[in-house]
Design a protein around this ligand. Structure first.
Ligand code: ADP
Ligand code: MG
Length: 339
């Protein structure tokens, strides 16, 4: 029998990887914003057209890339963030898989402009469907601009699967909120079809929450602070009397990364037990800091689910910290006289 196994060409492998990393314009937003943060930007601008279907562009004032790195950044598994497997257990960056730019360039038209502080001119790369169309010198400020146009132009099935602009924009705003809340010290702005949607100045966590969700939010927040050997918690929960039937704002950040965790969410619900009216949902904005060696972020390509070494302890600490804070603000149980 003849041998039949072949290695897939890079552009095919990239397109397959893209299927996991890029579901919709919001996924591109997340990856580009995270790259800007990893590049130590202090100011990040997000520009969108047609809810990201036509354009997602992120402009940062971070460290930029050299001419060679700029080209190399589109290769699969090309990353400046880890060097060895061990580094996976002490991650300090958002990225580490070296897959995002390669994946995005496989399924969109991408234009990159970047310059490092020490360089006079920057470099400008145009790439589509993994094929580099041009790279030339360009005058551009220090930092990086990545423009992603016509997402899924070469995968009609994927493009048709995208939802209405309103729905896709909602997903983008959710990602934008998550990243902006995780990094209140960074200035973020967002523009859709030429008009400003958000302009968030550098601030602290509380102020960032208020800037995003409105000034009325301020009086609803109860601070939660707890430091133990395994976990530091800082942030806020919403006062129970403001809880609504619609799912409130619920955010966990672990080491500055937004994560979803049904288990930890349950811990919060347990802390609120007896305080919420039937069917109402607690709001929370909680920053958890743990030793990076005690979590595994590499269980899902989008990194929104992580694995904790000792979930049960975290659950117990979280529940008691939130309970304590609610108690300190002397919140009486809801008296439902209608019953
Ligand atoms: P990862 O973030 O996992 O390393 P990416 O494909 O997102 O993989 O990016 C590849 C590399 O390109 C990064 O490791 C980084 O060196 C470089 N890079 C990407 N975006 C930026 C940016 N905005 N500023 C500076 N360097 C960047
Ligand atoms: Mg990245």
């Amino acid at each position: 029998m003849a041998d039949i196994i072949q290695l897939l060409p890079d552009h095919v492998a990239n397109q397959i990887a893209a299927g996991e990393v890029v579901q919709r314009p919001a996924s591109v937003v997340k990856e580009l914003l995270e790259n800007a943060i990893d590049a130590q930007a202090t100011e990040i601008k997000l520009l969108l057209k047609d809810a990201g279907k036509t354009l997602v562009q992120v402009i940062d004032n971070g460290v930029g890339m050299s001419v060679t790195d700029a080209r190399f950044s589109f290769e699969r598994h090309a990353t400046s963030k880890i060097k060895a497997a061990n580094d996976l257990f002490q991650l300090r960056t958002k990225g580490f898989r070296g897959e995002a730019l390669a994946s995005i360039a496989a399924i969109a038209h991408v234009e990159l402009k970047t310059k490092q502080e020490t360089d006079q001119v920057g470099t400008h790369i145009v790439i589509a469907g993994s094929t580099v169309e041009s790279q030339e010198a360009v005058v551009t400020p220090t930092g990086t601009s990545v423009a992603v146009k016509n997402l899924f132009f070469n995968i009609p099935a994927r493009r048709n699967f995208l939802k209405s602009n309103a729905v896709e924009l909602r997903h983008i705003i959710d990602e934008f909120h998550r990243v902006a809340l995780a990094h209140p010290g960074i200035q973020f702005s967002m523009y859709h079809n030429g008009s400003e949607s958000f302009n968030l100045p550098e601030s602290n966590f509380r102020q960032r929450i208020v800037n995003i969700f409105g000034s009325k939010t301020n009086e609803k927040l109860v601070p939660v602070n707890e430091t133990t050997e395994v976990l530091t918690i800082s942030g806020f929960v919403g006062k129970p009397e403001y809880a609504k039937k619609t799912r409130g704002e619920q955010f966990f950040f672990v080491n500055n990364r937004f994560i979803k965790s049904a288990y930890l969410n349950h811990a919060i619900n347990a802390a609120f037990e007896g305080l919420l009216k039937d069917g109402a949902h607690a709001s929370y904005f909680l920053d958890l800091t743990v030793n990076p060696e005690t979590i595994d972020i590499n269980i899902h390509p989008t990194k929104t689910e992580i694995k904790f070494d000792d979930e049960h302890t975290l659950y117990a600490i979280l529940r008691s910290a939130v309970k304590h804070s609610l108690g300190q603000f002397s919140i009486a149980p809801v008296l439902d006289f209608d019953r």
